[in-house]
Design a protein around this ligand. Structure first.
Ligand SMILES: NC(=O)c1ccc[n+]([C@@H]2O[C@H](COP(=O)([O-])OP(=O)(O)OC[C@H]3O[C@@H](n4cnc5c(N)ncnc54)[C@H](O)[C@@H]3O)[C@@H](O)[C@H]2O)c1
Length: 231
């Protein structure tokens, strides 16, 4: 995943606000959703306490990495008992800012926008898709996942009227910067883009980019190194 974001700076208070919590480095923040996913899997299985070995295995990291990451939250587990699954889930959710539901608008309701709008896991993880925007008159006015698709000139009122703080860009790359600028002007503070091009945002806005083709190229690189094919 390609990212541009505001990192937590050394000397800032720990994100959890707990005594003993330290500033959380961006690399640790990037692993917290994986820990939360693993913890929620354990909760679903009725597990109440877990060891660092078990949780690390579920999240795909080493136990040492897990312990180091959780130490930034002021969470060390109890020797011989391990981590309380419910408490640790809550702690990570607080650090990630997931205790309040966040509203999301999606711009570009083509193949990908349709799939994202209908992705039920967003709701399970605390995100509500509240608005859909597309520039194609044939798409505007249609209903997707229970929402009526709006034209681009409705974006600002859609964002302000719904208190949306996050915008998702699922348009062609050629218009992605214009869409990004419009989302920023409308007042979102976080943007997730799927368009395969670099975007600029002001320092007050966080930008994350998912470039599926780049991820495949990285896999191809590792495959070539392993097998020597394509060299
Ligand atoms: N489909 C995928 O599996 C996939 C995977 C990874 C990345 N992407 C990327 O995601 C983006 C969307 O892909 P897609 O397959 O859904 O494309 P698509 O052509 O099916 O949909 C794009 C939509 O954006 C709309 N649009 C165009 N200009 C706009 C504007 N200025 N404002 C608002 N809406 C506008 C179009 O009307 C269309 O409905 C592309 O950048 C693509 O490279 C797609």
């Amino acid at each position: 995943m390609d990212t541009q974001r505001r990192g937590t700076r050394a000397g800032e208070p720990g994100a959890s606000g707990r005594p003993g919590a330290r500033a959380v480095p961006p690399a640790t923040v990037a692993r917290l959703p994986g820990y939360l996913r693993a913890l929620r899997g354990l909760t679903a299985d009725g597990v109440v306490t877990t060891s660092s070995d078990e949780l690390a295995g579920g999240a795909g990291v080493t136990p040492a990495q897990l312990r180091k990451d959780l130490s930034f939250l002021g969470s060390y587990g109890r020797r011989g008992v391990g981590y309380d699954v419910g408490h640790l889930s809550e702690q990570i959710a607080v650090v990630l800012g997931l205790t309040t539901q966040r509203s999301v608008v999606i711009v570009g309701i083509g193949n990908l926008g349709h799939a994202l709008a209908s992705y039920s896991v967003f709701a399970e993880r605390g995100f509500a898709v509240v608005g859909l925007v597309d520039a194609d008159p044939a798409v505007v006015g249609t209903t997707v996942a229970g929402l009526v698709v709006q034209p681009p000139d409705e974006l600002a009122s859609l964002v302000s009227g719904s208190d949306a703080t996050i915008g998702i860009i699922a348009t062609p790359a050629s218009v992605a910067q214009d869409v990004c600028d419009a989302l920023v002007a409308a007042g979102v503070v976080g943007i997730l883009t799927f368009a395969p091009r670099a975007l600029r945002v002001p320092p007050t806005v966080d930008l994350r980019a998912v470039d599926v083709a780049s991820e495949l190229q990285i896999l191809a690189f590792h495959d070539r190194r392993r097998t020597g094919t394509g060299a």
